[in-house]
Design a protein around this ligand. Sequence first.
Ligand SMILES: C[S@@+](CC[C@H](N)C(=O)[O-])C[C@H]1O[C@@H](n2cnc3c(N)ncnc32)[C@H](O)[C@@H]1O
Length: 231
Amino acid sequence: MKPMPEPIVADVIPTQAGYDRWAEIYDGEDNPLVLLEELHIRSLIRPVAGLTVADIGCGTGRHAVQLAKAGAKVTAMDFSEEMLKRACQKPGAETVTFIQHDLAKPFPLTDAAFDRVLCCLVLDHIADLKSLFTELGRLCRRDGYIVISVMHPAMSLRGVQARFTDPSTGRRTLVEGHVHQVSDYVMAAKNAGLKLDHISEHAVDTALATRSPRAEKYLDWPVLLLIRLRP
Ligand SMILES: C[S@@+](CC[C@H](N)C(=O)[O-])C[C@H]1O[C@@H](n2cnc3c(N)ncnc32)[C@H](O)[C@@H]1O
């Protein structure tokens, strides 16, 4: 009989503490999900010059700072102090309004104040999707839209969830999350009264696999889900 593979030994930590620890190395990682997202999300968001943008779950400000540089007035929110510290240190972050806030609670932002509402690579940490989508919809102007990126649920079939190697312990560390299916996202949007404007699923192709050693093992596997919604 073939031996069972060794179980992977990993620490599992709550989301906020997880990102506080991950912050130190987050931007320097070869993360196939981020690389793939950056190839496909731009056309769903831009142009943004002169527009108001909310970046919900902004992390180290990957989108917030770039959109501010592109001429948007950006408000960015996250509950991880360490991720926010990294965001604030980036050139161009001076014009972004950063808010530390837990997305499980109502957002301290005005109704219909934003032309674009982004929520990127966050939803796999959110238990109550409908409440979050309702808040995203509340922020968005009637003629604006909400852009969401999330790790594709098919990644859970490969045992993948948000994870990193903790630089302080050297241990593989899993950040607490929730497995949602594509239908959960679509139904949460519908139940929050939002209209589906775009949905696409993206796999790693040969070009990305060649460029990123970590992407190679996911060749042809769906890694990313992109959704655009209207109020
Ligand atoms: C994978 S990072 C993505 C960051 C950024 N949106 C990006 O795409 O680079 C997920 C972010 O969601 C934030 N997050 C997760 N759950 C949250 C919650 N309940 N409240 C606030 N932020 C949350 C984490 O702190 C982390 O910064």
